[in-house]
Design a protein. Structure first.
Length: 293
Protein backbone atom coordinates (compact mmCIF):
# COMPACT_ATOMS: atom_id res chain seq x y z
CA UNK A 1 0.00 0.00 0.00
CA UNK A 2 1.29 3.43 -0.98
CA UNK A 3 2.25 5.61 1.99
CA UNK A 4 3.86 8.65 0.33
CA UNK A 5 1.07 10.65 -1.28
CA UNK A 6 0.74 13.93 -3.15
CA UNK A 7 -2.64 15.64 -2.68
CA UNK A 8 -3.48 18.23 -5.34
CA UNK A 9 -6.08 20.89 -4.67
CA UNK A 10 -4.98 20.51 -1.07
CA UNK A 11 -6.15 23.95 0.04
CA UNK A 12 -9.70 23.41 -1.20
CA UNK A 13 -12.91 22.24 0.44
CA UNK A 14 -12.13 18.55 -0.20
CA UNK A 15 -8.33 18.78 -0.22
CA UNK A 16 -7.95 20.08 3.33
CA UNK A 17 -9.80 17.25 5.11
CA UNK A 18 -8.15 14.74 2.77
CA UNK A 19 -4.70 15.88 3.85
CA UNK A 20 -5.64 15.51 7.52
CA UNK A 21 -7.37 12.17 6.95
CA UNK A 22 -4.19 10.78 5.40
CA UNK A 23 -1.92 12.24 8.05
CA UNK A 24 -4.09 10.72 10.79
CA UNK A 25 -3.69 7.31 9.15
CA UNK A 26 0.09 7.46 8.98
CA UNK A 27 0.63 8.69 5.44
CA UNK A 28 3.52 10.94 4.41
CA UNK A 29 1.65 13.74 2.63
CA UNK A 30 2.71 16.60 0.40
CA UNK A 31 -0.03 19.23 -0.03
CA UNK A 32 -0.08 20.85 -3.48
CA UNK A 33 -2.14 23.79 -4.72
CA UNK A 34 -1.89 27.15 -6.46
CA UNK A 35 -2.24 28.80 -3.06
CA UNK A 36 -0.40 28.00 0.20
CA UNK A 37 -1.80 25.30 2.45
CA UNK A 38 -3.40 27.04 5.45
CA UNK A 39 -1.56 24.94 8.05
CA UNK A 40 2.18 25.74 8.06
CA UNK A 41 2.90 22.48 9.89
CA UNK A 42 1.94 20.46 6.80
CA UNK A 43 4.60 20.00 4.09
CA UNK A 44 3.34 21.81 1.01
CA UNK A 45 4.35 23.40 -2.25
CA UNK A 46 2.75 25.65 -4.86
CA UNK A 47 2.43 24.15 -8.34
CA UNK A 48 0.46 25.17 -11.41
CA UNK A 49 -0.75 21.83 -12.77
CA UNK A 50 -1.57 23.45 -16.13
CA UNK A 51 2.20 23.50 -16.63
CA UNK A 52 3.42 20.01 -17.56
CA UNK A 53 7.03 20.81 -16.69
CA UNK A 54 6.07 21.87 -13.17
CA UNK A 55 3.80 18.82 -12.79
CA UNK A 56 6.58 16.51 -13.98
CA UNK A 57 9.04 18.13 -11.57
CA UNK A 58 6.55 17.59 -8.76
CA UNK A 59 6.08 13.89 -9.46
CA UNK A 60 9.71 13.28 -10.37
CA UNK A 61 11.01 14.82 -7.17
CA UNK A 62 12.46 18.24 -8.02
CA UNK A 63 9.72 19.99 -6.03
CA UNK A 64 8.98 17.28 -3.49
CA UNK A 65 9.20 17.77 0.25
CA UNK A 66 9.46 14.06 0.96
CA UNK A 67 12.39 11.80 1.80
CA UNK A 68 11.74 9.91 -1.44
CA UNK A 69 9.35 10.13 -4.36
CA UNK A 70 5.56 9.86 -4.06
CA UNK A 71 3.93 6.47 -4.49
CA UNK A 72 0.41 7.73 -5.16
CA UNK A 73 -1.53 10.87 -6.01
CA UNK A 74 -4.91 12.10 -4.82
CA UNK A 75 -5.91 14.55 -7.56
CA UNK A 76 -8.64 16.82 -6.20
CA UNK A 77 -7.60 20.03 -7.98
CA UNK A 78 -10.32 21.29 -10.31
CA UNK A 79 -12.04 24.40 -11.56
CA UNK A 80 -15.64 24.43 -10.29
CA UNK A 81 -18.82 25.22 -12.24
CA UNK A 82 -19.92 28.82 -11.97
CA UNK A 83 -16.54 30.06 -10.77
CA UNK A 84 -15.08 30.66 -14.23
CA UNK A 85 -16.33 30.50 -17.81
CA UNK A 86 -17.22 27.07 -19.18
CA UNK A 87 -14.30 27.22 -21.61
CA UNK A 88 -11.78 28.09 -18.91
CA UNK A 89 -13.11 25.41 -16.55
CA UNK A 90 -12.93 22.76 -19.27
CA UNK A 91 -9.46 23.81 -20.39
CA UNK A 92 -7.84 23.86 -16.96
CA UNK A 93 -9.54 20.66 -15.74
CA UNK A 94 -8.63 18.60 -18.79
CA UNK A 95 -5.08 19.94 -19.05
CA UNK A 96 -4.31 19.45 -15.36
CA UNK A 97 -5.77 15.94 -15.43
CA UNK A 98 -3.69 14.95 -18.45
CA UNK A 99 -0.55 16.46 -16.93
CA UNK A 100 -1.05 14.62 -13.64
CA UNK A 101 -1.87 11.29 -15.30
CA UNK A 102 1.04 11.53 -17.75
CA UNK A 103 3.55 12.68 -15.15
CA UNK A 104 2.50 9.82 -12.85
CA UNK A 105 2.91 7.32 -15.69
CA UNK A 106 6.39 8.60 -16.50
CA UNK A 107 7.44 8.66 -12.85
CA UNK A 108 6.18 5.13 -12.16
CA UNK A 109 3.45 6.24 -9.74
CA UNK A 110 0.90 3.46 -9.95
CA UNK A 111 -2.12 4.68 -7.96
CA UNK A 112 -4.19 7.77 -8.77
CA UNK A 113 -7.37 8.66 -6.90
CA UNK A 114 -9.11 11.53 -8.63
CA UNK A 115 -12.24 13.68 -8.49
CA UNK A 116 -14.85 12.83 -11.06
CA UNK A 117 -18.32 14.23 -10.42
CA UNK A 118 -21.99 13.43 -9.84
CA UNK A 119 -22.77 15.75 -12.76
CA UNK A 120 -21.98 13.01 -15.29
CA UNK A 121 -24.86 10.96 -13.94
CA UNK A 122 -26.97 13.25 -16.14
CA UNK A 123 -27.51 16.27 -13.91
CA UNK A 124 -29.33 18.52 -13.67
CA UNK A 125 -32.24 16.09 -13.65
CA UNK A 126 -34.77 18.87 -14.13
CA UNK A 127 -33.44 18.98 -17.71
CA UNK A 128 -33.68 15.20 -18.20
CA UNK A 129 -34.97 12.83 -15.49
CA UNK A 130 -32.88 9.91 -14.23
CA UNK A 131 -33.72 6.42 -15.56
CA UNK A 132 -34.44 5.18 -12.01
CA UNK A 133 -33.60 5.85 -8.38
CA UNK A 134 -31.46 5.26 -6.45
CA UNK A 135 -29.18 5.94 -9.41
CA UNK A 136 -25.97 3.89 -9.62
CA UNK A 137 -22.90 3.68 -11.87
CA UNK A 138 -24.48 1.34 -14.43
CA UNK A 139 -26.08 3.80 -16.92
CA UNK A 140 -23.59 5.32 -19.37
CA UNK A 141 -22.16 8.64 -18.20
CA UNK A 142 -23.96 11.62 -19.72
CA UNK A 143 -24.01 15.39 -19.35
CA UNK A 144 -26.62 18.10 -19.63
CA UNK A 145 -26.11 21.63 -20.88
CA UNK A 146 -26.14 23.36 -17.50
CA UNK A 147 -22.75 21.96 -16.46
CA UNK A 148 -21.26 22.04 -19.95
CA UNK A 149 -17.54 22.71 -19.44
CA UNK A 150 -17.28 21.17 -15.98
CA UNK A 151 -19.22 17.95 -16.58
CA UNK A 152 -17.61 17.41 -19.98
CA UNK A 153 -14.16 17.65 -18.39
CA UNK A 154 -15.17 14.94 -15.91
CA UNK A 155 -16.71 12.71 -18.58
CA UNK A 156 -13.57 12.91 -20.70
CA UNK A 157 -11.46 12.47 -17.56
CA UNK A 158 -13.04 9.06 -17.00
CA UNK A 159 -12.27 8.11 -20.60
CA UNK A 160 -8.73 9.41 -20.14
CA UNK A 161 -8.25 7.30 -17.02
CA UNK A 162 -9.38 4.17 -18.88
CA UNK A 163 -6.95 4.90 -21.70
CA UNK A 164 -4.03 5.42 -19.32
CA UNK A 165 -4.88 2.18 -17.53
CA UNK A 166 -4.78 0.36 -20.88
CA UNK A 167 -1.47 1.97 -21.83
CA UNK A 168 0.04 1.33 -18.38
CA UNK A 169 -1.43 -1.90 -16.94
CA UNK A 170 0.42 -1.46 -13.63
CA UNK A 171 -1.49 1.76 -12.96
CA UNK A 172 -4.81 2.02 -11.10
CA UNK A 173 -7.20 4.96 -11.42
CA UNK A 174 -9.96 5.34 -8.83
CA UNK A 175 -12.48 7.96 -9.98
CA UNK A 176 -14.82 9.34 -7.31
CA UNK A 177 -18.15 10.64 -8.61
CA UNK A 178 -18.48 13.11 -5.77
CA UNK A 179 -21.88 14.51 -4.80
CA UNK A 180 -22.50 18.16 -3.90
CA UNK A 181 -19.97 18.80 -1.12
CA UNK A 182 -20.94 20.36 2.21
CA UNK A 183 -18.51 21.85 4.73
CA UNK A 184 -19.81 21.89 8.32
CA UNK A 185 -17.13 24.33 9.48
CA UNK A 186 -18.32 26.83 6.88
CA UNK A 187 -21.93 26.51 8.04
CA UNK A 188 -23.07 25.08 4.73
CA UNK A 189 -25.69 22.80 6.26
CA UNK A 190 -27.85 25.76 7.15
CA UNK A 191 -29.08 25.79 3.54
CA UNK A 192 -30.91 22.52 4.19
CA UNK A 193 -33.55 24.40 6.20
CA UNK A 194 -34.53 26.38 3.12
CA UNK A 195 -34.51 23.35 0.86
CA UNK A 196 -36.90 21.51 3.17
CA UNK A 197 -39.58 24.05 2.26
CA UNK A 198 -39.49 23.18 -1.43
CA UNK A 199 -39.23 19.52 -2.55
CA UNK A 200 -38.31 20.65 -6.05
CA UNK A 201 -35.39 22.86 -5.02
CA UNK A 202 -32.85 20.03 -5.08
CA UNK A 203 -34.37 17.64 -7.57
CA UNK A 204 -31.55 18.59 -9.96
CA UNK A 205 -29.25 16.11 -8.18
CA UNK A 206 -31.81 13.77 -6.56
CA UNK A 207 -31.50 15.66 -3.27
CA UNK A 208 -27.97 14.39 -2.76
CA UNK A 209 -24.94 15.74 -0.90
CA UNK A 210 -21.78 14.58 0.85
CA UNK A 211 -19.74 15.90 3.76
CA UNK A 212 -16.19 16.89 2.79
CA UNK A 213 -14.83 14.69 5.57
CA UNK A 214 -16.54 11.67 4.03
CA UNK A 215 -14.98 12.51 0.67
CA UNK A 216 -11.64 12.50 2.48
CA UNK A 217 -12.43 9.04 3.79
CA UNK A 218 -13.24 7.86 0.26
CA UNK A 219 -9.94 9.28 -1.01
CA UNK A 220 -8.00 7.30 1.58
CA UNK A 221 -9.96 4.13 0.86
CA UNK A 222 -9.31 4.62 -2.84
CA UNK A 223 -5.60 4.43 -2.09
CA UNK A 224 -6.03 1.26 -0.05
CA UNK A 225 -8.66 -0.69 -2.02
CA UNK A 226 -7.83 -3.89 -3.88
CA UNK A 227 -8.81 -2.63 -7.33
CA UNK A 228 -7.09 -2.58 -10.69
CA UNK A 229 -7.47 -0.71 -13.96
CA UNK A 230 -9.78 2.30 -14.01
CA UNK A 231 -13.01 2.31 -12.05
CA UNK A 232 -15.54 4.86 -10.77
CA UNK A 233 -17.57 5.11 -7.58
CA UNK A 234 -20.42 7.37 -6.48
CA UNK A 235 -19.51 9.07 -3.20
CA UNK A 236 -22.46 10.60 -1.34
CA UNK A 237 -23.97 10.83 2.10
CA UNK A 238 -26.16 7.95 3.25
CA UNK A 239 -29.26 10.16 3.28
CA UNK A 240 -30.91 12.87 1.21
CA UNK A 241 -30.96 16.54 2.20
CA UNK A 242 -34.72 16.35 2.76
CA UNK A 243 -37.15 15.66 5.61
CA UNK A 244 -39.77 14.61 3.03
CA UNK A 245 -39.75 10.82 2.35
CA UNK A 246 -38.36 9.59 -0.93
CA UNK A 247 -41.68 8.25 -2.17
CA UNK A 248 -43.29 11.68 -1.93
CA UNK A 249 -40.26 13.38 -3.48
CA UNK A 250 -40.24 11.10 -6.49
CA UNK A 251 -44.01 11.35 -7.06
CA UNK A 252 -43.78 15.13 -6.98
CA UNK A 253 -40.60 15.63 -9.02
CA UNK A 254 -40.33 12.53 -11.22
CA UNK A 255 -43.75 10.81 -11.36
CA UNK A 256 -42.76 8.52 -14.23
CA UNK A 257 -39.43 7.36 -12.76
CA UNK A 258 -39.09 4.05 -10.90
CA UNK A 259 -38.16 4.20 -7.22
CA UNK A 260 -36.59 0.82 -6.55
CA UNK A 261 -38.40 -1.39 -4.08
CA UNK A 262 -36.86 -1.43 -0.63
CA UNK A 263 -35.43 2.10 -0.82
CA UNK A 264 -35.55 3.70 2.63
CA UNK A 265 -37.61 6.83 3.29
CA UNK A 266 -34.57 9.09 3.55
CA UNK A 267 -31.91 6.86 1.96
CA UNK A 268 -29.62 8.52 -0.56
CA UNK A 269 -30.89 8.36 -4.11
CA UNK A 270 -27.29 8.57 -5.37
CA UNK A 271 -26.47 4.91 -4.80
CA UNK A 272 -23.29 4.28 -2.78
CA UNK A 273 -23.57 0.48 -2.69
CA UNK A 274 -20.59 -0.03 -4.98
CA UNK A 275 -18.36 2.29 -2.91
CA UNK A 276 -19.44 0.44 0.21
CA UNK A 277 -18.82 -2.98 -1.29
CA UNK A 278 -15.53 -2.34 -3.10
CA UNK A 279 -13.89 0.49 -1.16
CA UNK A 280 -15.34 -0.14 2.28
CA UNK A 281 -16.79 3.39 2.26
CA UNK A 282 -19.30 4.26 4.98
CA UNK A 283 -20.34 7.91 5.38
CA UNK A 284 -20.06 9.09 8.96
CA UNK A 285 -21.56 12.58 8.74
CA UNK A 286 -25.23 13.58 8.45
CA UNK A 287 -26.57 17.00 7.63
CA UNK A 288 -29.49 16.61 10.02
CA UNK A 289 -27.02 16.28 12.89
CA UNK A 290 -25.88 19.85 12.17
CA UNK A 291 -29.30 21.46 11.92
CA UNK A 292 -31.33 19.41 14.39
CA UNK A 293 -33.62 17.99 11.74
Amino acid sequence: MAKRVVVTGASGKVGRPTVYELLEHGYDVLAVDRVPFPDPRVPSTIVDLDDFGATWDLMNGVLRRMESGPEAVVHMAAGLPGKQTDAYTFHTNILAKYNVFEACARAGIERVVWASSETILGQPFDQAPPPYAPLDEIPPARTQAFFTGYALSKLLGELMARQFAEWHPAMTFVGLRIANVRDAEAGEYEEFKEWHKDPLARRWNLWGYVDNRDVAQACRLGLEADVTGADVFIVAAAETVMTTPNGELMKTAFPGVELKEGTGEFQTLLCIDKARRVLGYEPRHKGRDHIGA
